[in-house]
Design a protein around this ligand. Structure first.
Ligand code: PMP
Length: 372
């Protein structure tokens, strides 16, 4: 394999709910969810039924024909998210969703500049990586894009930049994930909405990591009570099946052919995404994320070695007084607990939304052990 990742020496071969097992039968508590991807829990029976059943009927045909599953998915997504005034464009990954949102903004405004946030992460394709604040993952070619970065929550800088009416869009994460679980303030998002309206700029909310109920509302920006022009989503949308989308406000019109992708909205992807919405609704997983997420944060705040706890619901960043969070992650893995990291000293917790109080107690007990 082309070697690009820091891989833990663990191989999951079977999984259920918030646990997986390796080849030797060791059981692991999954507080990473494969990077916020496992939303409804591993191997959920309704998900398995819908995806397997669909594969037995028809797994794929291209967008050259009708596919009622796309309509069903859009309808269920609108109902559960409350985004009733949006149309859905389906694609395959978070980066691709952002790429399409950025491109569509440029098409409809006729402008080519984008305003992005410091410490943002939006993916690794050409446009998505250009609005990502990490020069190490940008090739010289990606730097040709016209992108300006301002501090997250710096409303004055945002106003100054947008005043000249040159920007196609502002792109901001519902909560910054890779950048260390940084939450945009309500005030900042409200000012962004207002100034975008005044200057003919589109507002893109990247909910790839923070969306799908993870923060207790369907999308994290909904805590601020605003309405973006475009919302991108991926990760939790398919619970492991590669599926992504852009919610496009109905006031935005695209001409046929402007956007497209071969695999987007295929039958299997739709079946997976529909199953996820069904389970989030039926099992009230947004409410659970809110409830047990607050409990998790309360438990963590009082622990020795914890400097700060940030986040909302089940998207939690823990700053620890060990300089290398990656070392802590390894020690936790030795205790059969899987977590993520960001930056030098932040642990990132993104458990499936079905996690229970008892499982949180189990996590906290093992985390305490490692910290001591
Ligand atoms: N946006 C955000 C906020 C993300 O966290 C990520 C993935 N970490 C992406 C976009 C890119 O998603 P993908 O890897 O599916 O392209």
């Amino acid at each position: 394999m082309f070697d690009v990742y820091n891989v833990l020496n663990i191989e999951p071969v079977k999984a259920e709910n918030v646990y997986f097992w390796d080849r030797d039968g060791n059981k692991y508590l999954d507080f990473y969810g494969g990077h916020a991807v496992i939303s409804i829990g591993h191997s959920h029976p309704h998900y398995v039924d819908l995806v397997a059943g669909q594969l037995n009927r028809i797994g794929f045909y291209s967008n050259a024909v009708k596919n009622h599953l796309q309509e069903e998915l859009e309808q269920k997504l609108r109902a559960l998210s409350g985004c009733t005034d949006y149309n859905l464009f389906l694609c395959n990954s978070g980066a691709e969703a952002n790429e399409n949102a950025l491109k569509l903004s440029s098409f409809v405004t006729g402008r080519s500049k984008i305003l992005a946030m410091r410490t943002a992460f939006h993916g690794r394709t050409s446009g998505a990586v250009a609005v990502t604040d990490n020069p190490i993952i940008q090739a010289p070619w990606n730097r040709g894009h016209q992108v300006t970065f301002v501090g997250l929550n710096d409303a004055e800088a945002l106003k100054r930049e947008l005043a000249g009416r040159e920007y196609a869009a502002v792109i901001v994460e519902g909560i910054q994930g890779v950048g260390g679980i940084r939450v945009p303030t309500r005030e900042f998002l409200r000012v962004a909405r207002e100034v975008c309206d005044q200057t003919g700029t589109l507002l893109i909310l990247d909910e790839v990591q923070s969306g799908y109920g993870r923060t207790g509302k369907f999308f994290a920006y909904q805590h601020a009570g605003i309405e973006p022009d475009l919302v991108t989503m991926a990760k939790g949308m398919g619970n492991g099946f590669p599926v992504a989308g852009v919610l496009i406000h109905e006031s935005i019109k695209a001409e046929k052919g402007m956007l497209g992708t071969t695999f987007g909205g295929n039958h299997l992807a739709c079946a997976a995404a529909i199953a996820v919405l069904d389970v989030i609704k039926d099992e009230q997983l947004m409410e659970n994320a809110d409830r047990v997420g607050s409990y998790l944060m309360e438990q963590l705040k009082v622990l020795n070695g914890v400097i700060e706890v940030r986040g909302r619901g089940l998207m939690v960043g823990v700053d620890i007084d060990i300089p290398h969070a990656i070392f802590c992650r390894r020690l936790l893995a030795d205790q059969h607990v899987i977590t993520g990291t960001s930056g030098k000293n932040t642990l990132r917790l993104l458990p499936p939304l079905c996690v229970t109080r008892e499982e949180i107690d189990e996590f906290v007990a093992r985390f305490k052990q490692v910290m001591s």
